[in-house]
Design a protein around this ligand. Structure first.
Ligand code: X3X
Length: 334
């Protein structure tokens, strides 16, 4: 009799715990703050808002992503630190900031590597990059996407730049990423790292002579009102990844994780297609505003920057060669 009573008690506890668990799943609600530096008129800002809306709808309001553009909250290196600390926070930044935790991300988005957006999209699918993504998780960073591409970054000044010698003594603003600082230095410029918010005032006050950025940045933030010469160095492919803490991620119910991952992945590829579609029109519009584009001695800039892959601390030996091997295979099939 006693045995049956104990068994009955255990069954009751299990049922109550199960019910509590089910109730918590249906009552589940999570608010995540998403932070980036982009302006309202830039596609990345629009894409983040679209993805947040789609996730809220598909999860019936359970996952609310509040987007904070224009560096209203932590961005750049500080944003990644929020992620690693386990905050309910999503950081949207250049993958080189993940390089502070997994150095090979520096090489992934290193100088003079890609000839097209599609090459980079295909590179992300390779086992080489998928292994890097797993290593980021070991450091507490869950990567939801890496392909929020906003165009090749070019040198933008008020003088003709065709080769590294032309950048001697020219003060160029970069983001505070060590990859950017070291690369623009290797390209011949005098680098002044500034957050985006201080960049155009820095040009106006003569703190910097120019910047480096994409046509989408140029048109979206009105760089063209201050700087009229775009040298098509295409030294970086401007792209952002989307990063969340693994601690936070692992606590989200699986059904919601699938929706979040799916929407950020789809949103990235959607933004790549929008960029490919709109670049021609954006370039024409910039030219109508008086912007002049010129080609450059690409080989000279490749030569000037290739040491980055040998000297940057912490890179896996041979990572550049492996990236080039993957690129050769990708180019065969594109
Ligand atoms: O981490 C994100 C990128 O580095 C942002 O690049 P940045 O700081 O040159 O800003 C690009 C602009 O389009 C922001 O409006």
């Amino acid at each position: 009799m006693k045995r049956r009573a104990v068994l009955g008690f255990i069954v009751m506890i299990c049922v109550l715990m199960g019910a509590a668990g089910m109730a918590s799943a249906s009552d589940y609600k999570l608010v995540l703050r998403l932070s980036h530096v982009f302006s309202p008129d830039e596609q990345l800002t629009k894409s983040m808002d679209w993805v947040a809306e789609r996730i809220l709808k598909r999860t019936n309001g359970a996952i609310e992503i509040q987007t904070f553009p224009q560096a209203q909250i932590a961005v750049y290196k500080d944003g990644l630190e929020q992620v690693v600390r386990g905050a309910d926070f999503i950081s949207v930044e250049d993958p080189s900031y993940v390089g502070d935790y997994v150095p090979d991300f520096i090489a992934l988005v290193g100088p003079m590597l890609y000839n097209s957006y599609d090459e980079y999209v295909e590179m992300i699918k390779t086992d080489l990059v998928q292994d890097m993504i797993k290593r980021a998780e070991e450091k507490g960073i869950k990567i939801l996407a890496l392909e929020y591409v906003f165009g090749f970054r070019n040198v933008i000044t008020n003088k003709l730049v065709e080769r590294p010698e032309d950048l001697k003594g020219v003060k160029i603003r970069t983001p505070g990423s060590q990859l950017f600082i070291q690369t623009l230095t290797a390209m011949g410029a005098t680098v002044t790292p500034l957050p985006w918010a201080e960049t155009l005032p820095g040009v106006q006050q003569g703190i910097v002579d120019g910047i480096e950025g994409s046509e989408f940045t140029n048109i979206g933030t009105k760089v063209y009102e201050l700087l009229k010469n775009v040298a098509r160095t295409q030294h970086f492919l401007g792209t952002c990844g989307v990063y969340i803490s693994t601690q936070v991620w692992d606590k989200i119910p699986e059904e919601y994780r699938e929706i979040i991952a799916d929407e950020f992945a789809k949103g990235a590829l959607e933004m790549v297609e929008i960029g490919k579609r709109d670049l021609g029109e954006v370039t024409e519009k910039l030219e109508s505003y008086g912007v002049k584009f010129n080609e450059v001695d690409k080989k000279a800039f490749v030569e000037a920057t290739k040491s980055i892959y040998d000297t940057f601390p912490g890179l896996t030996p041979g990572i550049y060669d492996r990236l080039q091997e993957e690129l050769a295979k990708i180019r065969e099939r594109l």
